[in-house]
Ligand binder design. Structure first.
Ligand code: D41
Length: 678
């Protein structure tokens, strides 16, 4: 070899080594500038000696010339599909089936549990990589499992995928096929969409579509600019390489330089440990840098896998345990507008009912007019609906391929659909507002619902349905009227028996002595949240002093700036609002002094405790939560704010995962309690 050819070989190895440390190990060892320097040098030599360029040179990752179509590839070993389990019973049934079969075949003793290998189920695209004599020669999509598309030139641009396997090709089988998932990290996806938006290019609805779209590019130079990643979870042809377990095979593939998601892998014995893995992964799902749609369990012993075999195209030795789907497709029937407490007009999508995230969704928010335009959502479209955790379902975007000819654009009404007042949109605000104020029944209702809320007067049993009836019947015009209600008159309302009417009147009576902060918050002054309300209560000491405060006095309160001060001033300048305050006093509402030290703490938060915590008994943890204003409940529901899970947490933890309730541990709870005292 000439000196220059040697230099080329060294540069290529060096650059690939840096690609690996950067993209696969997330641990760069050189600066970007040093890396660019090496790359430039290699490019210069290659342009002087084009005959030296090989497909596995790192310079080729920038993308070859565009294709006119993808070729097709027949997989040497078919790419299987995976069966699904949607709940713990199905996982238990899977484990039982596996154990029974293995015991019948004499591969498992009666007292032995089946050993499984647990992986995350990445939400990307399945790809097969073919290496011959250590060099990447072909990459194909899964397709129908038998035949896929040739995406080799695109796959070469993914820097975490080695173009050449580690080690001496003489020690490798002639052919090594690695299978895995191509995906995009969430942060990279956001960044990509940001760029797309800026350039006026197509915005992707989710990382999966972005990964698929990027890989399906006929122009690899575009793919090269897309932040794709890869994790190996299986293999096809591997010559005569034999290892006893799935985990050993992945270890081997990793030694060849293929990316394997080692930190997330767990070996488990029996169904119980599979469900533990599911719970643990569910608990940290939101903190993972990429989307997953479940976990995968695989019988670890490869001889046992062979005994189990396949049904149709799916192996009997593996199953995907899916998280409740957070996205679904449905028809957008109409877009209506809702009027909020402060008059904010929110467009709401009326949807054909669809099951997503564990519940049936018929409405989803579209946030505001600009958002509808930006997403290009039209009435009649098939849309993607997302429901993550306990947040309000939202319309992610339309499926353009399915847009019918009659799809029509949304037009923001110019008058409030409830009170007929003008709808206004200020220059610098995205939100349109009804100008009707408390003249608008919708705003009146929302204000009452707000005032009755947990963080305000906390009137149990006074929800939006009841408020709706009270306002529609003209029984209540303002917050003060609430305190004049009689049990008898509401006992006949929808869903109101004599007993619940009694309870409600009692709850209203109890609300006559709120802390001053809660009362201020209940008034619903714009920009005055619960913390500001409490600060104002502590600072001014009485409602009359707050009402009398001029701008300067308001600005003297903690964390009150011009926007908040102006808003308070305007609120009390409105005679109608002063009337409400006076009427409240007439009804006997007496705010109690705000204890300075008391903080909102965990008020309004409900906790469920499960498992054994390292330091605290459950009783001690309960005591701490209640002391900080929180509630402790025995069972998990959608209303649960947090599940505190210790060692050996069981079904409550699983339930929390299924409902998307946030799970924390004792340390997390302690942290929350500490910050609640600030
Ligand atoms: O992460 C994944 N999406 C994933 C997919 C995974 N971790 N393991 C998988 N294992 C298999 C078998 C057991 C058949 C080798 C899979 C898939 N298959 C798969 N992906 C798409 C179809 C099948």
């Amino acid at each position: 070899m000439t000196q220059q050819a040697e230099r080329v070989a060294w540069l290529r190895a060096e650059i690939e080594r840096h690609n690996q440390s950067y993209y696969r190990l997330d641990a760069p060892v050189v600066s970007d500038a040093q890396y660019d320097q090496l790359m430039r040098e290699l490019q210069e030599i290659e342009s002087a000696h084009p005959e030296w360029i090989t497909p596995s040179s790192p310079t080729q990752r920038v993308g070859a010339a565009p294709l006119t179509a993808f070729g097709s590839v027949t997989h040497a070993v078919p790419m299987l599909s995976l069966g699904n389990a949607f709940d713990s019973e199905e996982v238990e049934a899977f484990d039982k089936r596996v154990a029974d079969t293995l015991r019948a075949a004499g591969k498992l003793s009666p007292e032995q549990q089946v050993e499984y290998f647990c992986e995350l189920k990445l939400d990307g695209l399945a790809i097969s990589l073919r290496y011959e004599r250590g060099l990447l020669v072909q990459a194909a999509t899964r397709g129908d499992g038998q035949t896929g598309e040739d995406v080799t030139v695109n796959i070469r641009t993914i820097k975490s995928i080695p173009l050449r396997l580690t080690g001496d090709p003489a020690d490798l089988p002639e052919v090594v096929e690695a299978r895995g998932e191509v995906f995009m990290n969430l942060a990279d996806f956001e960044r990509l969409n940001e760029t797309q938006r800026r350039r006026g290019d197509k915005v992707f609805v989710n990382p999966r579509n972005a990964a698929a779209g990027s890989l399906r590019q006929l122009d690899p130079r575009i793919t090269a600019q897309r932040p794709l990643r890869f994790f190996t979870y299986g293999w096809g042809e591997v010559g005569d390489v034999q290892r006893p377990r799935h985990s050993d095979m992945l270890d081997w593939l990793e030694t060849l330089g293929l990316p394997v998601n080692v930190p997330e892998h767990v070996v488990a014995q029996g169904a119980r440990e599979l469900l533990d893995y599911y719970s643990q992964v569910g608990a940290k799902r939101a903190t993972l840098p990429y989307d997953i749609d479940g976990v995968v369990y695989k019988v670890n012993d490869l001889a046992a896998q062979r005994v189990l075999g396949f049904v149709a195209r799916a192996p009997r030795f593996a199953i995907a345990h899916k998280f409740p789907a957070q996205e679904a497709l449905t028809a957008l029937l109409d877009i209506e507008v809702q009027v909020g407490r402060t008059g904010a007009i929110t467009p709401v999508a009326r949807l054909a009912p669809v099951f997503v995230g564990g519940v049936t969704v018929t409405n989803a928010t579209l946030h505001n007019e600009d958002e509808i335009l930006r997403k290009d959502v039209r009435i009649g479209d098939t849309v993607i609906v997302r429901r993550a955790g306990d947040v309000i379902p939202e319309v992610v975007g339309p499926v353009l391929e399915k847009r019918p000819a009659h799809a029509r654009m949304f037009v923001m009404p110019t008058a409030c659909p409830i009170c007929g007042s003008a709808i206004e949109k200020l220059e610098d605000e995205a939100i349109a507002r009804c100008t009707g104020g408390l003249f608008c029944a919708a705003q009146r209702k929302q204000s009452l619902v707000h005032a009755a809320g947990r963080k305000a007067l906390d009137i149990e049993g006074l929800g939006d349905k009841l408020v709706e009836q009270l306002v529609d019947r003209g029984r209540i015009h303002s917050l003060a009227d609430l305190f004049g209600l009689q049990a008898l008159e509401i006992a006949g309302y929808d869903r109101m028996g004599a007993k619940s009417a009694e309870n409600l009147i009692q709850a209203i009576a109890q609300a006559k002595k709120p802390s001053l902060g809660r009362l201020i918050f209940a008034l619903g002054i714009r920009h005055v949240g619960e913390t500001t309300a409490r600060d104002l209560a502590v600072h001014f000491g009485s409602l009359d002093k707050l009402i009398a405060a001029d701008e300067d006095a308001l600005l003297g309160a903690p964390d009150v700036g011009p926007a908040v001060a102006g808003s308070i001033k305007r609120f009390f300048a409105e005679p109608h609002n002063i009337e409400i305050v006076r009427a409240l006093q007439v009804q006997g509402v007496e705010p109690q002094p705000e204890a300075a030290a008391r903080s909102a703490g965990l008020t309004g938060k409900t906790f469920v405790l499960t498992g054994t915590m390292p330091d605290w008994s459950r009783e001690e943890a309960s005591r701490q939560i209640v002391a900080a204003g929180g509630k402790v409940s025995g069972s998990v529901s959608r209303k649960t704010s947090f599940v505190v899970a210790g060692e050996d947490a069981g079904s409550k933890l699983t339930k929390a995962q299924e409902l998307g309730v946030t799970v924390i541990d004792e340390a997390g709870l302690k942290q929350m309690l500490a910050s609640a005292q600030d």
